[in-house]
Design a protein around this ligand. Structure first.
Ligand SMILES: NC(=O)c1ccc[n+]([C@@H]2O[C@H](COP(=O)([O-])OP(=O)(O)OC[C@H]3O[C@@H](n4cnc5c(N)ncnc54)[C@H](OP(=O)(O)O)[C@@H]3O)[C@@H](O)[C@H]2O)c1
Length: 299
């Protein structure tokens, strides 16, 4: 685990117990930071044969943990996306159990897709969400359900998540990277270390009574896919793939990939970094990609 991240993070109070539901890519990093800080953490995945799973939880097969498994949990993070009906898997299966816990803080990882197309402008937490994609409409419905749950919830809206094992470095190495040019198109992103760091920062602030309901977690420099791939190619000392115009590139892209290019926004981190004082570990893609090159998922 990155020493700088551990050094700048405050452990949870003693006797705290963090529950991470859906400990996939982001959840594993949060768990790793919790352990490095000496905080007890338990993680769910859909099956227990997956990395870092302490118990199984799968709403789709009704595989639900017992109250004993969740006993004593004081902090909760849900990383589980909405189901296809726009319902939240955690609230459907576990809401009553969660209400019985002595919860001090609950976090929900959401997406900045709920802002919809901002035509390249900045997206702020105070903006009225205008989701376009069906999956983003489902996400907004889940955000609303969490906000109405009465649990001590904080919604974290995330742009593209990257980190060791999941970045432009891997897509170049696998020959899957596409240098797509669409005039004016920009993407925001966040390194997974900063998701973990921001969560501990926010939990600490919440214990002091400072807990905005919705918060963007993004780096400082929204940038084009070409800038990111050029820099990753430089780090790998390889030639970047040729630039293709969006109109021709999209013929070979998945519908999901194309949908990301139909929205254009810069995600503001002013609230997190200026108002709430979080110091980014990776303020931009250059710092983040260097970390990806140096580390792998087991760092
Ligand atoms: N990837 C991105 O760039 C991005 C950007 C913005 C927001 N987000 C959202 O942020 C959250 C975290 O992202 P991530 O990339 O870290 O996610 P991830 O690695 O895909 O992890 C999702 C977790 O949810 C679990 N899960 C899925 N359906 C479930 C169900 N029905 N019941 C119980 N568990 C279920 C998965 O179980 P298994 O571990 O068994 O697979 C996994 O642990 C997700 O909600 C994601 O949609 C992602």
């Amino acid at each position: 685990m990155l020493r700088a991240l551990v050094n700048q993070s405050t452990p949870l109070p003693s006797k705290s117990k963090l529950l991470i539901l859906g400990a996939g890519f982001s959840g594993q990093y949060v768990a790793k930071l919790a352990r490095a800080l000496g905080t007890e953490v338990i993680c769910s995945r859909r099956t227990t044969d997956k990395q870092g799973a302490h118990f199984a939880f799968d709403s789709s097969t009704n595989n639900i943990p017992s109250t004993k498994v969740l006993s004593g949990v004081t902090h909760l993070l849900s990383c589980i996306p909405p189901d296809l009906n726009g319902k939240d898997p955690v609230l459907i299966a576990l809401e009553e159990q969660l209400r019985q816990l002595p919860l001090k803080w609950a976090g929900y990882l959401s997406t900045t897709g709920v802002y919809g197309d901002c035509k390249g402008k900045w997206a702020y937490e105070t903006d009225n969400p205008k989701p376009i994609q069906e999956r983003s409409k489902r996400r907004l419905a889940c955000e609303m359900a969490w906000l109405q749950s009465g649990l001590p919830i904080q919604i974290l809206r995330l742009p593209g998540i990257y980190g060791p094992g999941r970045s432009a470095i891997e897509s170049l190495r696998k020959g899957q990277a596409k240098m797509v040019h669409k005039p004016g198109q920009i993407f925001s992103r966040v390194h997974v270390n900063d998701i973990a760091g921001a969560i501990f920062h926010l939990i600490h602030l919440a214990s002091q009574g400072i807990q905005p309901k919705v918060i963007n977690v993004a780096d400082n420099i929204p940038s084009t896919n070409i800038e990111v791939l050029n820099y990753a190619s430089k780090l790998l000392k390889c030639s970047p793939p040729p630039i293709e115009p969006f109109e021709t590139a999209c013929a070979t892209m998945s519908p999901m990939a194309v949908s990301f290019w139909q929205e254009n926004r810069r995600v503001s981190n002013k609230m997190l970094c200026k108002e709430l004082g979080y110091k980014l570990i990776h303020p931009d893609y250059k710092s983040g990609l260097k970390n990806c090159l140096m580390n792998n998922i087991l760092d």
